[in-house]
Design a protein around this ligand. Structure first.
Ligand code: GDP
Length: 193
């Protein structure tokens, strides 16, 4: 998809703050520092729209972006940041759970993992949560440029095995540095629209 416009609509916490719109939505999830902001910016051809690593774990809001006036990206705050209190973690969990399990406009979740390393226990928990609630998902294995191409298949296999990925789910190798995988990622999202 050729992105010609993208802008933030609202930072929401509660359902009554979600945009009053029927447009299809895609939520972006991943542990903090995985490369989620970079993924969003690459997909939207924007440099600083989603903030890159300013304060890990600090954006405790759901950030809605409107793209080409036809769909929303919903940036979910990153998980797994060690310095977050139990209370904050619980508030995060409630906000995400409410959004993911009740939002009818949600078409799929884009789960972003790091191709270099096996998915973390938090990644596995998030994936299992999506499977449990039967929420469609696409897995993006990012930072592919950081490992030699000769090792991609090996890392992909470890990623799939660690997540115990459903063979029907798409997993796409990606690089926000080079743009590798961008067209594939857009095609995957468009298949849900
Ligand atoms: P977020 O916390 O998940 O939003 O992660 P960021 O997008 O802020 O990325 C964390 C760090 O990883 C930053 O220094 C990025 O420049 C870097 N990064 C993210 N994606 C890639 C990628 O595909 N390739 C490389 N080489 N670096 C990346």
């Amino acid at each position: 998809m050729k992105v010609t416009s993208s802008e933030i609509v609202i930072s929401a916490v509660k359902p009554d703050q979600y945009p009053d719109s029927e447009l299809p939505e895609f939520a972006l999830a991943g542990r903090s520092n995985v490369g989620k902001s970079s993924f969003i910016n690459k997909m939207l051809n924007r440099r600083g729209l989603a903030r890159i690593s300013s304060k890990p774990g600090k954006t405790q809001t759901l950030n809605f972006y409107i793209i080409n006036e036809i769909l929303h990206f919903v940036d979910v705050p990153g998980y797994g940041y060690a310095k977050v209190s139990k209370k904050e973690r619980e508030a995060w969990g409630k906000m995400i759970e409410t959004y993911l399990t009740t939002r009818e406009q949600l078409k799929a979740v884009v789960l972003i993992v790091d191709l270099r390393h096996p998915p973390t226990s938090d990644d596995v928990m998030m994936y299992d949560f999506l499977k449990h609630y039967e929420i469609p998902c696409v897995v993006i294995a990012t930072k592919a440029d950081k490992i030699p191409k000769s090792k991609w298949q090996k890392h992909l296999k470890i990623t799939k095995e660690t997540l115990d990925i459903d063979p029907n789910d798409q997993i796409i190798m990606f690089s926000s540095e080079t743009g590798y995988g961008k067209d594939k990622a857009w095609s995957a999202l468009q298949s849900f629209m």
